[in-house]
Design a protein around this ligand. Structure first.
Ligand SMILES: [Zn+2]
Length: 330
């Protein structure tokens, strides 16, 4: 039995996210800092590959959406069955970088709509309450703040937002490496009236002890931005578990113990990313030490530091999510 905080998830405490007023409503749409823990899903791309779905570069996780959508549904179902309260649309690779400029122009809307519908159908068929998060990726390349081009990103994000919106409960702008990307996502999602979760990837190469985004901007600045744009949650994802607790503490120091902005983590099982990483250019090896039980032990520490949303990113699969469900929320 894991020595973890005794949080009890109350499914009925998860409200519908459907209000219209932007700023106040973004805060009001999720329960404030209560004793409820929300469990997210884990990584999609690697789980697709593990199940034998169509998977290759450059399409990455988008290929299953194109050639084998049943695999996408199966991955969503696996996470729901593992106990996830929130599943994420398979739209991370729906960008020109992965599917090509021409295909994005001709099929981007259709594929994003399909990603939303597949997640929605699985959520609606679940015997427990499941929400759908609309994934908004870093469209100019993951882990590369130096490649961020807001003018290029804007129309791409607008395609994803427009096509996903009918089927998502809230937005999950994820693997953000800079404040500028987050600010753009906040601006573009505002007209939808749906809550926004901002999730930043952290520097994890051990070069500094301070919690920092991959841009070098601080976690404190990210927390201030989350307040400024009325985000419902501030998360940290796709970095090593070891750097997450300090980031939670930094964010909590800015937001305060009673903040309506939830803090969350979904770490990866990858080795540290190099500063010149080629985003998803190849499958990096997965750490053998991050067993489901080992990951749940990290998550227990994250809860103790103030996180109330837990999930997994690359290499964290349904078994890990099940361990979070039973270990952290039991
Ligand atoms: Zn990841």
């Amino acid at each position: 039995m894991l020595q973890v905080p005794m949080f009890k998830l109350t499914l009925t405490a998860i409200p519908k996210i459907n209000s219209v007023c932007r700023c106040d409503a973004r805060h009001a749409k999720l329960p404030a800092m209560t004793n409820t823990i929300l469990i997210l899903d884990g990584g999609t791309g690697r789980e697709l590959a593990r199940r034998g779905a169509p998977f290759r570069q450059p399409e990455w996780s988008a290929l299953a959406l194109i050639e084998g959508p049943q695999f996408v549904s199966a991955v969503h179902r696996a996470y729901v069955e593992a106990g996830a309260d929130v599943i994420t649309t398979n739209s991370y690779a729906l960008v020109p970088f992965h599917i090509g400029v021409e295909r994005f122009a001709s099929e981007g809307v259709l594929l994003a709509a399909r990603a939303g519908q597949l997640a929605r159908d699985v959520a609606d068929a679940s015997s427990h309450s499941v929400r759908v998060a609309g994934s908004l990726p870093p469209v100019c390349g993951s882990y590369r703040p130096d490649l961020v081009d807001l003018d290029r990103a804007r129309p791409i994000l607008n395609v994803l937002i427009g096509a996903l919106a009918p089927n998502v409960d809230h937005w999950l702008a994820e693997t953000l490496s800079s404040l500028a990307e987050a600010r753009l996502c906040a601006m573009l999602t505002a007209p939808t009236g749906k809550a926004l979760w901002l999730s930043f990837t952290l520097e994890d190469d051990g070069a500094t002890d301070a919690s920092a985004l991959r841009s070098g901007e601080s976690v404190a600045e990210a927390a201030y931005l989350a307040q400024e744009v009325g985000a419902a949650a501030l998360l940290f994802n796709c970095s090593q578990p070891e750097v997450m607790e300090a980031a939670i503490s930094s964010a909590r120091a800015i937001l305060g113990a009673q903040s309506a902005i939830r803090i969350g983590v979904y770490a990866n099982a990858c080795p540290p990313m190099a500063a010149d990483a080629k985003a998803n250019s190849e499958l990096s090896p997965i750490r053998a030490d991050l067993t489901p039980e080992g990951y749940a032990r990290f998550a227990a520490a994250w809860c103790a530091a103030g996180a109330s949303i837990l999930g997994g990113c690359c290499g964290i699969g349904p078994e890990h999510i099940a361990a979070l469900r039973t270990g952290v929320t039991a």
